[in-house]
Design a protein around this ligand. Structure first.
Ligand SMILES: Cc1ncc(COP(=O)(O)O)c(C=O)c1O
Length: 419
């Protein structure tokens, strides 16, 4: 992106720069969880926030690309956290995981592994290769597919806003290599019928990917809290790969994610650990697509997992579920709204009586950055461990916005998209 800015001719003092930074990174910003309820910060508790910051700084200058060269040090941390991840996903002793920078890289590498697998084991499938997925699968599938020369066939959702297995079956063609589903989908927050989709994939000899970028480090603990969560992990036969973001409900620092494989054989179809040596500087290997990556993301993830353990994550999740339930009651106490029940902490709500674009417009005017979905038109705040006053303020603001839309005072329309 170019805006005609000219490279600085001379340097400036730190005091000057810091002044600018403080102006540009305002304490009032919407993304500070202490100011506004929103979706996408996933701060964990104040203690975990502090821990990841401290742990990150220990490896602030370290290049995570080198972790595998330090078996007893950073490499051990990375190996441990990957082992913990595979265990949490019920992968047993055979599962393998690779370190990723985010959901996008994890999904990209999952698509890539499936493509390589298809080339080798399914010579009967001719290109262009296709991936069949519910309409709600994350945008980054389309992006990854574009880079890899694949095509994503998005299939309309069922009435329950989850993947429609019969429709997915109909969408399979002789070019299909992969089926995918979300656990849960972004925005709607429901877990697709992974057991049925994976069975279909297995019956048709296809690769099955579960996108658990949101749920990977949340659903296991929701299940332990007694929530009714459909099976979605390696307990489901046929699941080949799972993308699970540490920097979402793992409460780790960005950028950190994982891609887990059912076994080493499947992992070998990815480029993880592949040695590139056709250049001047000898052997080079990496986990995913990126090369250099922040070492701090490894130490922060390892630290927060070590700090919380299963018990800590479960306790934290219990609190978040209680917060979510309280918020749902409050939102629905405004008669115009109905909250879609789902399998996570997002609370997508919609209205049959009000113009939701104006509701969104009113929230944006009050400094919120509310993520939403277009079809159906919903806004989805997420339960966070913020001070109760932040949640109460959201409800008070929503009430004010609702009256403003009803009286015609609010006419602005908005929907926070990624653009
Ligand atoms: C379900 C899902 N998959 C994938 C992604 C992409 O993750 P990232 O932004 O870490 O690349 C997201 C991001 O919100 C997501 O919600």
């Amino acid at each position: 992106m170019s805006n005609g800015a000219k490279f600085p001719k001379t340097g400036r003092s730190w005091a000057d720069i810091e002044g600018d930074l403080d102006r540009l990174v305002s304490n009032e910003s919407f993304w500070r969880p202490e100011n506004r309820l929103m979706t996408g910060i996933h701060k964990g508790s104040p203690e975990t926030f502090e821990i990841i910051e401290k742990a990150y700084m220990k490896l602030f200058h370290y290049n995570g690309l080198l972790a595998d060269m330090e078996h007893g040090g950073v490499g051990r941390m990375q190996d441990e956290l990957l082992g913990w991840t595979a265990d949490l996903l019920n992968g047993g002793k055979d599962a393998r995981a690779s370190m990723m920078t985010g959901g996008t890289e994890a999904i990209f590498c999952g698509l890539h592994a499936a493509r390589e697998w298809a080339k080798e084991t399914r010579p009967d499938i001719k290109g262009p290769y296709q991936v069949v997925a519910p309409w709600s699968i994350h945008a980054t599938f389309s992006k990854g597919a574009h880079y890899l020369g694949l095509e994503v066939i998005r299939v309309p959702l069922g009435d329950d806003l989850r993947g429609d297995v019969a429709a997915m079956e109909k969408a399979i063609t002789p070019n299909t290599i992969m089926l995918a589903g979300s656990a849960p989908s972004w925005g709607i927050g429901r877990v697709d019928p992974i057991e049925q989709i994976a069975k279909l994939a297995k019956d048709r000899g296809l690769w099955m990917h579960v996108d658990a970028c949101v749920g990977g480090f949340l659903l296991p603990f929701m299940e332990r809290c007694g929530e009714d969560i459909p099976l979605w992990d390696f307990r489901v036969p046929g699941v080949c790969t799972i993308s699970a973001d540490l920097h979402k409900h793992g409460y780790a620092a960005k950028p950190a994610s994982t891609l887990s494989f059912r076994n080493e054989e499947l992992q070998n179809y990815s480029f993880a650990g592949a040695v590139v040596s056709d250049w001047q500087s000898g052997a080079y290997k990496s986990h995913g697509f990126v090369g250099s990556r922040p070492g701090g993301a490894i130490s922060a993830a390892w630290a927060v997992m070590s700090y919380l353990g299963e018990e800590g994550y479960t306790k934290l999740t219990r609190k978040l579920i209680d917060t979510r339930n309280w918020m749902i009651e409050e939102i629905e106490s405004i008669e115009d709204y109905k909250v879609l029940r789902n399998h996570c902490l997002m609370m997508p709500f919609r209205s049959e009586t009000l113009d939701m674009l104006r509701v969104l417009g009113g929230l944006v005017e009050r400094g919120y950055f509310p993520w939403g979905t277009m079809e159906p038109l919903m806004v989805h705040p997420s339960a966070e461990l913020v001070d109760e006053s932040v949640n109460r303020k959201f409800i008070a603001d929503l009430k004010e916005v609702t009256s403003g839309v009803k009286s015609g005072e609010i006419t602005a329309e908005a929907l926070a998209t990624y653009i």
